[in-house]
Design a protein around this ligand. Structure first.
Ligand code: PRT
Ligand code: MG
Length: 217
């Protein structure tokens, strides 16, 4: 049995067509079912639908053999763990694409603040990624951990800037914020538990290959 951990929410919607193209069809209706383990048309493949941020943990500890989640989540998890956490990352699935950026209020002079070496207050869900990014630039920051709606922080004076995901840019615009630095591009990745791969190489390799040929060109 191969257990595949999928991310709920926006990644899930983009994962379904990829699953289908890889020959995996969900038998339970994921929208309606209250079941936490979903069966598929392949008797030896089952699905878990969990929070995106929990996917690396399930795969790392072998609760799932394979997982799909954002590079943002994987990097943040890996940095907290000081490594890859035993996760093998064979594929960029090219879905749920966005970028991780620094944003600030349109009237905040970010460039001057950085140049003058002032201490910046930065709110983010991605504390590890932000810490490394600003350290590599030699910018002093006080990081404030938030779990959502980062865009609010500069508006109420909680922070000078945020580190968050941006796709269309509409959320920033609607809140009078501007992107001041691009940190990296993000997309969702397939991750594999390395022990599972050793134990069960054939079905897992087959699954990796099926996903590889299902990636939109
Ligand atoms: O529930 P949990 O805390 O685990 O995560 P979540 O609620 O953030 O999950 P969800 O369902 O939103 O999925 C998050 C994952 O989707 C991220 O980890 C990324 O890999 C991927 N992704 C891709 C995005 C976006 N694009 C995205 N635009 N996740 C979030 N956003 C948000 C962003 O944070 C911002 O608030 O959308 C807003 C910006 O969008 P635009 O289009 O207005 O720029
Ligand atoms: Mg959520």
């Amino acid at each position: 049995m191969i257990t595949l951990a999928l991310s709920k929410g926006r990644i899930f919607e983009e994962t379904l067509p990829l699953l289908k193209a890889a020959g995996i069809e969900v038998l339970d209706d994921p929208e309606k079912s209250r079941k936490l383990i979903l069966t598929t048309n392949q008797p030896d493949v089952r699905l878990l639908v969990v929070r995106a941020t929990d996917v690396p943990t399930y795969v790392q500890y072998g609760g799932a053999d394979v997982g799909i989640t954002g590079k943002d989540t994987l990097l943040e998890h890996g940095m907290e763990w000081g490594g890859s956490g035993g996760l093998y990352q064979p594929l960029d699935l090219q879905i749920a694409k966005c970028r991780i950026s620094v944003a600030a209020k349109a009237d905040f002079d970010y460039a001057s603040a950085v140049k003058q070496g002032s201490r910046l207050k930065v709110a983010t869900k991605y504390v590890a990624i932000a810490r490394e990014f600003f350290a590599s630039k030699g910018v002093h920051v006080d990081l404030i951990k938030l779990y959502g709606s980062m865009e609010l922080a500069p508006l109420v004076g909680l922070a000078d800037a945020i580190v968050d995901l941006v796709s269309t840019g509409n959320t920033l615009k609607a809140n009078n914020l501007v992107e001041v630095e691009h940190i990296m591009d993000i997309s969702s990745r397939l991750v594999v538990n390395q022990a599972s791969l050793k134990l069960n190489p054939e079905p897992i390799r087959r699954m990796i290959n099926a996903f590889a040929s299902a990636i939109p060109a």
